[in-house]
Design a protein around this ligand. Structure first.
Ligand SMILES: Cc1ncc(COP(=O)(O)O)c(C=O)c1O
Length: 458
């Protein structure tokens, strides 16, 4: 059979030359291609990857309203850092900061920053802890060469990253089987005069629960009163900062607690904005170390910056503001309650199967279901993750817990805004079917397992 090669003229007229050619992937292309070809090339590549609508691993937003998408698309050409040229965008950022400070019960006027996500917000917040600690130590004529930061094994990897990048000793409280968050008794032995701060999580990546923030705050208040050690508490509310105020408004975790000096939250998680937006909010202006703020004369205007990056898009800041004014407390509460209700139904269905144990039911939690096999089977959680994705395309991660709970395997399904009751019913059925397949055939082959999501997601 002769090889079919469409003429260049036919390809240009009828379609896409990459339907029959290999895509450029190594050398910098010598020639370009038409805009339509380039667009279709990218789209066809992406058609091969997972469907975000069935990605129950990610905390990050996978759907926004058409009106928000229009704001995003209309403002992609606006560099956020050009405050002189785009003063309204800068003002909108400040409005978001003020609204979040209000949501988190800041006692008065304060400050904060828009960031790329919680990781940047945490780096900046923890840098401020380090700088303020050093200033206090220097004022007392004490050494500043051995800073440490205390947190639990339930934190996101960014906290260890901060310690390594910025030369701070991490004091990590280990977890244990059945113990997936930390409290004051865990923290107390690690705090000393070199502690720049304690980090507590509101809505962990692993099970969606919170550390005992009230207990840790009380401990730090006591240390201040009894030993004169003023150790600030930073709350990592990457996910929880947009959940607790709406699902558990009477449960204090924020600036209502005396030692909570800074909070980060991801706008792109339960703030319901597409990826690329996070927030850092300080309790008071004084909690932001002044040395970290750069006064710059850029393009003819002096501006104060407190960021790790510089140029970035404006769209997600504008989209965040859109969501805050579009939903308000009533709208966010409605959406969070829907997600919580669907998570409850999913947990009920999993429990009714008789195979699964639900982790931490009835406790304050993000809208998700964390579960594991209750008894002996001829397959494990990793096998279920594989089978479910192979049979139905659902991405439900399986992972082991951090030390010292690393023998515990967990699965976790995020219940997002777009996860309807029908989706929940279907997912539950699909999980049951995947287990039936595995019961019949035994666990997945190691080569199959190697292809699935095994981290806790983000
Ligand atoms: C508790 C926690 N902190 C920090 C992060 C990092 O957030 P981001 O992806 O916004 O940088 C995550 C992400 O999942 C998280 O769950």
């Amino acid at each position: 059979m002769t090889t079919y090669l469409p003429s260049a003229a036919d390809a240009a007229l009828f379609g896409n030359r990459f339907l029959t050619n290999e895509v450029p992937s190594t050398a910098f292309p010598d020639t370009g291609m038409s805009a339509t070809d380039a667009m279709r090339l990218v789209a066809e590549d992406l058609a091969l990857e997972g469907d975000p609508g069935r990605n129950l691993a990610t905390f990050v937003t996978t759907w926004m309203e058409p009106e928000a998408q229009r704001i995003i698309a209309d403002n992609l050409h606006r560099n956020f850092i050009d405050h002189a040229e785009y003063p309204r965008t800068a003002e909108i950022e400040q409005r978001c900061i003020r609204m979040l400070a209000d949501l988190f019960h800041a006692p008065g006027e304060t400050t904060g920053a828009r960031t790329q996500g919680s990781s940047e917000a945490i780096m900046l917040g923890a840098l401020s802890l380090k700088w303020n600690w050093r200033t206090r130590r220097q004022a007392d004529g004490k050494p500043t060469d051995r800073p440490n930061l205390v947190f639990g094994g339930d934190v996101h990897v960014v906290w260890e990253k901060f310690c390594r990048y910025f030369d701070v000793e991490p004091r990590i409280v280990p977890l244990g089987p059945g113990k997936y968050t930390i409290g004051p008794d865990d923290v107390a032995p690690h705090v000393d005069e070199n502690t720049i701060g304690v980090a507590a999580v509101l809505g962990t990546t692993f099970t969606g629960h919170k550390d005992d923030i009230v207990g840790i705050n009380d401990l730090l208040v006591r240390l201040k009163a009894e030993q004169g050690l003023d150790v600030p508490l930073h709350v990592d509310g990457a996910s929880g900062g947009f959940v607790w105020p709406f699902l558990y408004p009477d449960s204090p975790w924020d600036f209502r607690l005396e030692q909570v000096r800074s909070i980060n939250v991801s706008g792109h998680k339960f703030g319901l904005v597409y990826p690329g937006i996070g927030w850092l909010i300080f309790r008071e202006k004084a909690d932001l170390a002044p040395d970290l703020v750069f006064e710059e004369n850029y393009l003819g205007k002096t501006d104060a910056t407190f960021t790790l990056n510089f140029s970035t898009g404006s769209s997600m800041v504008l989209a965040q503001y859109y969501n805050l004014v579009r939903y308000g407390r009533a709208g966010y509460t409605y959406i969070m309650r829907n997600m919580q209700e669907n998570a409850r139904v999913l947990a009920d269905k999993l429990e009714a199967m008789g195979r699964f144990e639900i982790i931490g039911r009835g406790e304050e939690q993000l809208p998700l279901v964390a579960f594991r096999l209750a008894g002996e089977e001829n397959f494990d959680e990793f096998d279920i993750a594989w089978q479910l994705s192979a049979e139905r395309g659902w991405m439900v991660p399986a992972y082991t817990m951090p030390p010292d709970a690393h023998d515990v395997k967990i699965m976790r399904a995020l219940v997002k805004e777009t996860m309807s009751r029908e989706h929940v019913d279907t997912l539950a059925r699909d999980i049951e079917d995947a287990c039936a397949t595995l019961t019949a055939k035994g666990g997945a082959h190691p080569a199959e397992r190697a292809k699935i999501v095994t981290g806790p997601g983000h």
